[in-house]
Design a protein around this ligand. Sequence first.
Ligand code: TXA
Ligand code: MG
Length: 342
Amino acid sequence: MKTEFLKINSVCETDKLRHAGEVLRRGGLCGMPTETVYGLAANALDEAAVRKIFAAKGRPQDNPLIVHIADLSQWPALVREIPPRAEALAKAFWPGPLTIILPKSGRVPDAVSCGLATVAVRMPSHPIAAAIIRAAGVPLAAPSANLSGKPSPTTAAHVLHDMDGRIDLIVDGGACSVGVESTVVTLCTERPRLLRPGGVTLEMLQSVLGEVDVDKAVLGETDAGERPASPGMKYKHYSPDADVRLVRGSVERFSAYAASFPLRETLILCFDGEESAFPNETMTIGAPSDAEAHAHCIFRALRDADARGFRTVLVHCPGERGVDLAVLNRLLRAAAFQVIDL
Ligand code: TXA
Ligand code: MG
């Protein structure tokens, strides 16, 4: 299959948007920008189109997809009902990086929910994502547009790298602003439960919902054979080819630890101002307290490490506050839970 690449700079480029809408309406796959990461979209109501997403990504068949909408009026048809706390979340955070799980309606194909009785819905805030959904005229199922297991794409070039020849169209709408995937919260449990941390922080959810449970898969490993609340959390994920390790401790100890790895094969991801402590190649992920900066660059840094041939990536471990909880969640999986406490 030949993959078409289309740069769309603004929602005024209506011919290009109409074209993307047509590709989706006739059952094609389209890589599209969102504010979190690039998505791999198909018509969520077209079972055959949705199945192509799994094939293109090599995605396990039991990992359900998020349905993207552009207007609140698209939500009721997808779910059994919208309880007040769901409405409150949508009012506070949509459009934006929040995914809400509710019992699904009969209109959602099994290919989307993978046998679950629930459906995940989000309204992205990226203007081009919203315009593509409107042009398609249907809700769009879209996972992150990476090959399954690889770091999520935050530029159209990343999508091209993973998906060239596998999908119909890639829309380039520039780099993603948030840089990590949406927050996933389920309202199908007695108390709201955070399944995946993301751009809308736990603290922000608590400000609307009061108490929010945090699923143990957020910072822990799920045991083999265990069925986690969010199937995606059980897979090795977000991993570059390089071996990733998270390092906790002072920059002095980190630098001494790094010295035990081959100098030229080892990339250091550290905080601003720490670069000079290492003889290695370094990339900074922002000031230690700048969680938004960490989120913005973490997937790009992991992809760059592979592109530049590094065998090992040592990362100075961020904290858990704000969006850092999401960064830590992704890094723990990229590192297969290898955390070095110094
Ligand atoms: O920011 C995002 O959410 C991006 C952009 C493209 O919107 N999408 C994304 O999709 O990250 P994906 O497929 O990579 O991750 C979806 C996560 C998975 O962990 C999946 O298991 C979970 O959401 N999920 C989807 N539907 C679910 C459901 N009904 N119940 C529990 N978890 C669900
Ligand atoms: Mg993903």
